[in-house]
Design a protein around this ligand. Structure first.
Ligand code: SF4
Length: 658
């Protein structure tokens, strides 16, 4: 076991990782020899003891620092009794809605209730409340009066400033105010959670924890926050905290909201981000600079913790779908420097890539091969993006000073080291581990980077693709791609060509599975018609099309709500009407008879009735027409449905490619 202390100043607690599940009941506390918990973690997900479940990663990390940690997963939210079942914790309660925002987890882009909750046993949908962070936090306050409450996880992190909430179609306050918690941890929470635990343990009251990186707190007094707003920042020598437009201003003015989004976005590089303050009435929320990224040694220590890699036994035979997707996959890195506007990974995990060593990854693969029931196949080796492993800016000093929002848009920065050798070597090592028969890459491949490494593409095609590879061109229109901050379609086409050639050379029949987004800000019905025609020309029948969902705090959501590009303040067309959004999606399913009535309606609305008919140029047959118009060149891109690809498809569901 490779155990390293995170470099946080002050008293170090000896690492004490233990096997077995963390306690979830009084009886399990007794078995572990605990009379009392130090820290209680409340999560909206099922308890799966695996590093892919964020609240559990933090719980395990804190336990390894010497704290007695218990878990209450998916508590009954109608009464505080369930949360209180293990008693009041000595230091604090950590509250998380789980791996996803609870509203996104519950509702689709069409605001319909999803049929499955991937993070609940049996996929059951009634296991967590809407706005779980707020509900759990208020229950904790009732159950444990006086105990510090610390929010964490995606929902808290991405609702930390005033934000647009798609599901209620309103601008909401910082979640810290609505939940009445003491602190909010944003981004990846290891360093902040440990510093909070350490300082509370040393006797500091929670009211004094106002300077922990990666946390936010509320300032109740107007005079106090005005004084803080005028004081130099602790983290940068030459700047005052950034004052965002207040909650009241962003509710009253879409232009103010857009300016807030832009100002917030440029303060995400932990090396140079300034603290942020946002007033809400007489109160203000103060955000310290983000936590510093983990080093390779620290990443190894984290992922080397003794996870059970299993769902808690109390679920008996009920599977947790999200776990089934990741249980034979390996995380190699975190962070993303892509800066796609519709995605919040960069805001949450940071722009700096934090990678594990290949030795640590191989250790985990070996452990996986020893697990009962291991299939011999690693379903994924990757992270937010498959091929950003160990990629970095060429100079730490340049990176520390850099305030660009993306290292790859509008073009690949000349300072970015795009060497694919580390990921190639890693994949070779993993497939040589005894007991491993196949190793797939199901995380998204960033093709503008991959096309710089023919060797990586060859390895990918020859060894790591189970019939199909997911990539995400997202759109074809340069204007729309610019709003998404994605590379041009030519880059995708070049990559597709080299991947097909490499597959042929390897003697394999393999296909690309391209992902597209409809309804993204900047995209009109006419643009979507052009995209559908492109797909038809290329003989592509996408099986998965994402209807754009305005998730909290992304740049694309800001465009959706305000109709303004936050970077230029220019107007952006956005489809708001749910039917128009459905029509856009139907256009990309032009080949599906069930979608054709809506696609016909879309074509008529776009003034392209000429594309309804039986001619080779047509997109859909006329009403009542049973025959399908002739295809353009090339076979439809459909993958064979064999067992291997079914497994791969399951693993691709966990995240969209980059
Ligand atoms: S200088 Fe270029 S490579 Fe370095 S951090 Fe900035 S954008 Fe990324």
């Amino acid at each position: 076991m490779n155990l390293v202390q995170l470099r946080i100043p002050g008293k170090a607690v000896p690492p004490t990782p233990r096997r077995g599940f963390l306690p979830t009941t009084r009886a399990e506390m007794k078995q572990r020899g605990y009379d009392e918990l130090d820290i209680l973690i409340v999560t909206g997900d099922a308890y799966v003891d695996h590093a892919a479940f964020g609240p559990i990663l933090i719980a395990r990390f804190l336990e390894a620092r010497g704290y007695k940690v218990g878990v209450v997963a998916q508590p009954d939210w109608r009464t505080p009794d369930d949360i209180a079942r293990m008693g009041k914790p000595r230091l604090f309660v950590g509250v998380s809605a789980g791996n996803l925002d609870s509203m996104l987890n519950k509702l689709t882009a069409q605001k319909k209730v999803r049929s499955e909750d991937q993070y609940s046993p049996g996929g059951r949908t009634e296991m967590r409340p809407n706005r779980a962070t707020i509900v759990y936090s208020n229950l904790c306050r009732q159950a444990f009066p006086g105990t510090p409450i610390v929010l964490g996880g995606i929902e808290a992190s991405l609702r930390r400033i005033a934000h647009y909430d798609y599901w209620s179609d309103s601008v909401r306050r910082s979640i810290l105010l609505d939940s009445k918690a003491d602190l909010l941890v944003f981004g990846m929470g290891e360093r902040a959670a440990w510093e909070i635990a350490r300082r509370l343990d040393a006797g500091e009251p929670v009211q004094r924890l106002k300077d922990v990186r990666g946390t936010a707190h509320v300032i109740d007094d107007v005079e106090e926050w005005q004084r803080i707003a005028a004081a130099p920042s602790k983290y940068v020598t030459d700047g005052l905290p950034v004052i965002l437009p207040s909650y009241e201003e962003v509710v009253a003015s879409k232009r103010a909201f857009s300016r807030m989004s832009q100002a917030f976005q440029v303060e995400t590089n932990a090396q140079n981000a300034r603290p942020i303050l946002q007033a809400h009435g007489k109160q203000a929320v103060y955000f310290n600079g983000p936590a510093l990224p983990l080093s390779e040694q620290e990443m190894d220590a984290l992922y080397d913790l003794p996870f059970e890699r299993a769902a808690h036994p109390s679920y008996r035979k009920e599977e947790v779908p999200a776990f089934e997707t990741v249980k034979e996959s390996i995380v190699t890195m975190r962070g993303c420097f892509g800066g796609c506007t519709f995605c919040s990974i960069t805001e949450h995990e940071g722009r700096v890539i934090q990678s594990r060593s290949s030795d640590s990854v191989v250790r985990e693969v070996r452990a996986l091969t020893r697990m009962a029931g291991f299939s011999g196949m690693i379903s994924d080796v990757g992270g937010p993006t498959a091929n950003m492993y160990k990629m970095t800016c060429k100079d730490e000093r340049i990176e520390s000073a850099c305030r660009r929002l993306s290292c790859v848009h509008p073009g690949i920065c000349s300072n970015l080291v795009t060497d694919h050798q580390p990921v190639i070597d890693l994949l070779r090592k993993v497939r040589e581990v005894p007991g491993v028969n196949r190793v797939f890459v199901a995380s998204g491949v960033r093709y503008d980077l991959a096309e710089r490494s023919p060797e990586f593409v060859r390895e990918l095609a020859a060894h790591h693709t189970g019939g199909q590879l997911s990539v995400a061109p997202e759109h074809t229109n340069p204007r729309v791609l610019e709003k998404m901050k994605k590379p041009g379609i030519e880059s995708y086409e070049r990559f597709a060509e080299s991947f097909c050639k490499a597959s042929e050379k390897a003697g394999k029949e393999q296909y690309l599975v391209p992902y597209f987004i409809t309804g993204h800000p900047g995209s009109t019905l006419a643009d979507t018609v052009e995209l559908a025609l492109y797909l038809k020309r290329k003989g592509m029948r996408p099986r998965q099309v994402q209807d754009f969902i305005p998730t909290p705090m992304s740049m694309a959501t800001s465009m959706y709500y305000t109709g303004l590009d936050p970077f230029t303040q220019e107007p952006v067309h956005t489809a708001h009407e749910l039917r128009e959004k459905r029509m856009m999606k139907a256009l990309l399913f032009y080949w599906d008879p069930k979608q054709q009535p809506l696609a016909r309606e879309a074509l008529k609305r776009a003034g392209r009735g000429d594309l309804i008919g039986r001619g080779a140029h047509c997109l859909v047959p006329p009403e009542g027409g049973s025959s399908f118009p002739a295809y353009g060149a090339g076979p439809p891109q459909r993958a064979p449905r064999d067992l291997k690809t079914r497994r791969l498809r399951a693993s691709t569901r966990k995240r969209r490619p980059s």
